[in-house]
Design a protein around this ligand. Structure first.
Ligand code: MG
Length: 366
């Protein structure tokens, strides 16, 4: 059957600062989907990563369906009401508009969607990251879909020999979605030239060039998409189809062992290593480090298997230790140099105002 996977995530309030949303809040959102989504969706799954709650829905209504988006929006609204009642920190913080208008894009929550005809077996991965932005997926996607050093299927599988098409968005462009489609392998150096800048050029989708099928969807949006205002960086979700004409699950996961440095961390203003964590993990050290979780599924006739927690394995304990060391390392230099984002990237306005004040005190020597 033709199935659509829709994942919508939001931070609607958390306990003790930015740590985690808590069980009561998650139950509220889950109960809402269970009661109101019954006729609309084939299946659903819910988890949290850091302070964000993500709702994964399977259905046959296609991408950008307003009823599906409204279901998630209303569930987060119901959750926000409880978060306010409980006095949770940042209650409703990602619900940037009061009224729903057809689609959650531009209203605050992040969304990623894939639509396809189910293969006889259809494995896919659902990633959710906190304390970082969609550019955090640039490097793992480059390595997992383009580099035979990580994706041996590019050499070994005839189904993958034609490579993949990368759709990359210029998220700094304000007037609309400015996107370029580049083909691997022949455009590899051009893809690298763009993806090196995680804050400007971000992978939105990847397609197989053998079948034309959509493999990857990231919740990439331009940075000024809400009423033309800069809305900061968003904790990104991503859906990835695997196996067959796509990379194997392990080829997609392998680059995450790097714990590469990404933007985000404390106040969304720093640089820190991306730690692969188990589902429903909280954040802690310096409101971080940036984390990513991965739930693996098969979907059949729109029904999800139980989730397999891809980063819940002894191997990733070793990686987490390594990433912790990297996090302490970069934190040891505080605000200095590459430990903190440049002024152009700082999403909290305070330092920009401060600079204006100091600016008046400068004198140019004769
Ligand atoms: Mg968050």
């Amino acid at each position: 059957m033709r199935v659509t996977l829709t994942v919508i995530k939001a931070d609607i309030g958390s306990i003790g600062g930015h740590i985690k949303p808590g069980e009561r809040l998650k139950s509220k959102v889950r109960d809402f989907i269970e009661e109101q989504g019954r006729k609309l969706v084939r299946d659903y799954f819910m988890s949290s990563t850091g302070d964000d709650i993500a709702i994964l829905l399977t259905h046959d209504r296609g991408q950008g369906d307003s009823d599906i988006h409204k279901l998630a929006w209303d569930a987060f609204k119901a959750g926000t009401a409880l978060a306010k009642e409980m006095g949770l920190y940042g209650a409703g913080q990602d619900m940037l508009k009061d009224a729903f208008s057809g689609n959650v894009r531009g209203l605050g929550p992040a969304v990623a969607e894939l639509e396809f005809d189910e293969r006889p077996n259809e494995p896919f991965l659902f990633f959710a990251a906190d304390k970082t932005d969609p550019g955090a997926y640039n490097l793992p996607l480059y390595l997992g879909f383009l580099d035979p050093m990580y994706c041996s299927g590019l050499m070994l599988s005839p189904k993958m020999s034609k490579g993949f098409r990368f759709d990359i968005m210029d998220v700094a462009y304000t007037q609309g979605d400015r996107v370029v489609s580049l083909n691997a392998p022949e455009d590899t150096y051009d893809i690298a030239a763009l993806l090196r800048d995680n804050e400007r050029f971000v992978v939105e989708r990847i397609h197989s060039r053998s079948s034309g099928e959509n493999a990857v969807s990231v919740s990439t949006t331009r940075l000024h998409n809400i009423a033309g205002k800069y809305t900061g960086k968003d904790d990104p979700v991503m859906l990835v189809r695997v196996q067959g004409e796509f990379p194997a699950t392990g080829e997609v996961l392998a680059p995450f062992a790097k714990g590469h440095h990404v933007a985000g961390f404390m106040r969304g203003s720093h640089v820190g290593p991306l730690m692969p964590v188990k589902q429903n993990e909280s954040i802690s050290f310096f409101d971080g480090p940036p984390v990513v979780s991965c739930a693996a599924f098969c979907v059949h006739e729109g029904k999800l298997t139980e989730s397999a927690d891809a980063f819940d394995h002894p191997f990733w304990d070793y990686v987490r230790d390594d990433v912790s060391r990297k996090a302490i390392d970069i934190r040891s230099q505080g605000f200095s140099g590459p430990a903190m984002l440049p002024f152009s990237e700082l999403e909290y306005g305070g330092v920009v105002e401060k600079l204006k004040d100091i600016d008046k005190r400068f004198k140019v020597r004769a």
